[in-house]
Structures are given as C-alpha cells and as structure tokens.
Design a binder for this molecule. Structure first.
Ligand code: FRU
Length: 498
C-alpha cells in the first residue's frame, strides 16, 4: 500500500523533476531529480542490479522530513531514477526515515532497514527524538513497512546508552546465512559506539556486541557505520560528529573515520590497529559500501558535508550529490580507493603529453573540459626539485579551482576559493601524501559540479563540489622552478543510448 505521503512525494518528483535540464546536473554522479539529498542508503545488489537509496527531501533544496530517494544501475555509473521508496508516514517514523541499508531476502524480496524518528515529550515538557530501527520489504520499486516495526529499539541497547542517538543500520547477509547490521549509538560517556546485531530472517534481531567505542577520542556521536572484511583485514567505517582537528589527518566538525584491524567474531571481536580519515577533501560524508558480484568492495558517499550545506548556488532546484563509486583495497594498513573500473568504459578522446617541462603557467593542446578523467605525473627535472606544482581546473578569467602539491612539505592542497560560490565557507584543505622523491601521480575526475582527486594510485582521495559555470573549462599547469609532467586525459562521454 502506498501511503498518501509517499504518493505525494512521487507525484511531486514526477511533475517537477523532469524540468531540470540534464546539463544542469552532474553527468554521472547521482543527484535527486528535484530537491535535497544527503547520505547514500541501501547501497546494495538486488536481482543482479545495483540499487542506491538516499536521504531525500523532494520539496526543497534543504533538509526536511526525510524520505528515501531511489536509483538503480547496471554498472554503477549510469543510474536510472525510480520513484521515492519511503516517506515518513507511520507514528514510529513520523519525523523522518533516516539512514539505513538494504539486503536481498531468501524469498527474493528486498529488505530495507532504516531509522524511524519520532518526537516525544519528556516528563519536563521538552521535545526530543526517539530513534528506532525499522524494516520495509519490497520488490525493488514498492516497499511495505513491516507491521511489527520497530525491529530494534531501546530494549536492544546496552544499559544507559542513548535511545535518542541510535541510528543508521547498515545491513548485509553473511556467508553463514545470517543477516548482520551495524548501528551507531551514543554511549554513557556522551560519545559514539558501533553496535552489532544479528538476525536469521532480517526481521527479528538480537544484540551481539559493541564493535568499537569512541571514548571521546574521535568526535562525539558516530553516525553511518559500515563493517566489512577486505584484503585479510577488517574495516570499520563511521562518520563522527563534532570532531576536533588532528594535524592534517582530521578536520573539525563532521568527519570520516576508517578503522582497520582484525576481527575474531567468536572471541575478542574487532581490534583496531590503524586509524585514518577516509577522504581528505572538503565534501565527503556518510560513505556506504557493497560487495559486487565479482568480489569488489565498492564505496559511495555523500559528496557534501554538513558544514558546507549552507552554501548553495542561487535558486538551485537540486542539492546534494554522491561521489563516484570507488573500489577499495587495504595495503599495509592503509585504505586505498580508485574510481570503479566501469568508469573507464566512458572514456573517449585520449590526449597524451609526455615529459613536458613546466615552469610558468601553461595549457596544453586538447587538455580542457569539465567532464573528464585525467592522470598527471609530476617529477623533478634532474637533481633539483621543484618547490610546488599547481593544476588549475574549471578556469576562466574569473574562476579557478587549484590542486597544489608541495614536495618539501609533502602536502596536497585543494583550493576552491575562486570556484564561484559566494559564501564564506571552508574552501581550502591540505593533507599529507607520501613523498616519493618528489614524484606524484594525481588522477582527477571532473563531473561538471565536482572534482575528485586520487593521489598515488588511490593512497588518498579528496573530493570537493564546485559550482563553477560550465564555460570555465580551461586547465593549466604551473611549477615553482621546473618540473617534468606527463598527462593523459580522457573525456567522459555518456551517450543517451547504452
Ligand atoms: C548523517 C545523518 C544520519 C541520519 C541522517 C538524517 O548525515 O545525520 O545520522 O540518519 O543524516 O538525514
């Protein structure tokens, strides 16, 4: 049964979504057809196709009562919009259907698990949220909320922990046939933890253990967890709120945290060994992963951050987009990420320049554009190292976004001060990269309103949105003293027909 609230959202998006021209949205990053998007939800494989849901408020370009938007894809690059999947239409989710996950059930149906938010009044008269985990079951288009919702509530939380901040179930099916879910919660010290639950049928859940706790070290509440095995290690993702800066690794505010360790399900549980940020750019939050049928762990995230959402282009009719899906790997205790290989199918018009000496600002024949995949390798000319190297993209007489490398400091900096946003939000971010005798490889993926930089074959990634007019499509290179550069550039072309 489709509720009035869901029908209203579907009618609205069908009426207004198609009016936004294709050129006014990214070519292959997911956005809502109309309205607001935040976290990716339910990123999963269902009946041989990739499904992605997202936190969605169709009626404005701002966060509002949360619905779930829905898209699907055969290759993780070209997405088909489907009607909204969930609306807040039950007493237990009247204040929103918050983030969650999805998994295929043995009977061929698709399970969505999400956080239902309800406002309740304290005995002292104050309103506060209550968050419970809820299920909906469907066929890939329409979903029926489970009659006995919620499936997890305050009874299922360790004593004294929070029923107000208990959210974002990420569900998956394990090889033992059971379903597992990780859920974020706030503990008795006021900071986050990730709880693990198990279920035989996806509907009746039991608490298994706490996988890890923040202990006020990495922010406060831990949102949007994910938990998976990769390359012989176990990885726990979370997006902490209220982080304090730590060197160039973590910035203040909403951040992302990748904990890598070992996992002994029957014994000590998860033991973290390595801690790092997931993305070092300006706009990245709430990543979620899936396992592809050919065994790749692929991550997608909200390419935005809560601290930057106030800065929107004037009168934009959609707001919020995802990152490119990224293949993950773990090497020597570090997380690596690269755009999914499916992106390469859409490359065309290869342009290569090799061994170009760069000092003053230059552009090179064939190197421009706003929807492209470009890899640049920079190295010293001889004995002498260069002091810095700058790549300017999305450039015209007024606009530019700069990627700068300083070999002496071992830093890469993103700078979108002049990308065209008339808002005084954070526009620059620097991060440390491994020094390889002054040589660096930067893969830059541009898609109209964003750039994603992958350093040294995915050792670091940094994402940022740029609302620069599309005519600003020049790319230039410049070095302090002289550097040698190779560049290989492809346009990314998406014909209407597959
Ligand atoms: C993270 C988050 C989640 C919550 C959702 C609400 O960005 O705060 O914890 O489920 O957004 O839209």
């Amino acid at each position: 049964m489709i509720s009035n609230a869901l029908q209203k959202a579907r009618d609205f998006e069908a009426q207004y979504g198609p009016h936004i021209p294709d050129e006014e949205r990214p070519a292959f990053h997911v956005t809502p057809t109309i309205g607001w998007m935040n976290d990716p939800n339910g990123f999963s494989v269902y009946k041989g196709e990739y499904h992605l849901f997202y936190q969605y408020h169709p009626y404005s370009n701002e966060w509002g009562p949360m619905h779930w938007g829905h898209v699907k894809s055969r290759d993780l690059i070209r997405w088909e919009h489907l009607p909204a999947a969930l609306a807040p239409d039950q007493p237990y989710d009247a204040s929103g259907c918050f983030s969650g996950g999805a998994a295929e059930l043995p009977n061929g149906k698709q399970l969505l698990m999400y956080t239902g938010v309800q406002r309740r009044r304290d005995p002292d008269g104050f309103l506060h949220d209550v968050q419970t985990q809820c299920a909906a079951i469907g066929d890939g288009i329409n979903y029926e909320k489970f009659a006995a919702n919620p499936v997890l509530d305050e009874k299922d939380i360790p004593q004294g922990w929070s029923a107000i901040d208990f959210r974002d179930p990420k569900v998956w099916r394990e090889t033992d046939g059971n379903y597992y879910a990780v859920v974020g919660d706030r503990t008795d010290d006021g900071s986050g933890a990730i709880l693990l639950y198990r279920s035989a049928d996806g509907l009746r859940w039991e608490y298994i253990r706490t996988l890890d706790r923040c202990h006020n070290q990495y922010g406060k509440m831990w949102e949007c967890p994910d938990f998976f095995a990769l390359d012989g290690k176990q990885v726990l993702f979370t997006s902490p709120q209220e982080m304090m800066p730590v060197g160039l690794e973590f910035h203040a505010g909403n951040g992302t945290l990748c904990l890598i360790g070992d996992y002994d399900p029957a014994g000590k549980g998860f033991c973290r060994q390595y801690v790092q940020a997931i993305d070092y750019g300006l706009d990245f939050y709430a990543p979620q992963t899936l396992l592809t049928p050919d065994g790749r762990r692929v991550m997608i995230a909200w390419m935005q951050n809560w601290s930057t959402v106030g800065a929107k282009p004037n009168r934009c009719r959609w707001f919020g987009q995802t990152t490119v899906p990224r293949e993950l790997s773990v090497k020597e205790g570090r997380l690596y990420q690269q755009p999914v290989r499916e992106l390469e199918k859409y490359r065309s018009g290869r342009v290569v320049h090799r061994n170009i000496p760069v000092s003053g600002e230059v552009n090179l024949p064939g190197i421009q554009g706003r929807t492209l995949d470009m890899t640049i390798t920079v190295r010293p000319t001889g004995g002498e190292s260069y002091r810095w190297f700058r790549i300017r993209v999305a450039k015209d007489g007024v606009h530019e976004t700069i990627i700068r490398y300083r070999p002496d400091q071992g830093t890469v900096k993103l700078d979108r001060v002049r990308s065209g946003l008339p808002h005084d939000i954070v526009h620059t971010r620097s991060f440390l990269v491994r020094n390889r005798q002054g040589e660096i490889k930067l893969r830059i993926v541009l898609d109209r309103f964003s750039l994603e930089v992958f350093v040294n074959d995915g050792e670091q990634a940094a994402s940022a949105v740029i609302y620069t007019p599309q005519e600003a499509d020049a790319i230039t290179f410049e070095a302090g003293s002289t550097a040698l550069m190779d560049v290989e550039k492809y346009d990314l072309v998406f014909d209407k027909e597959e």
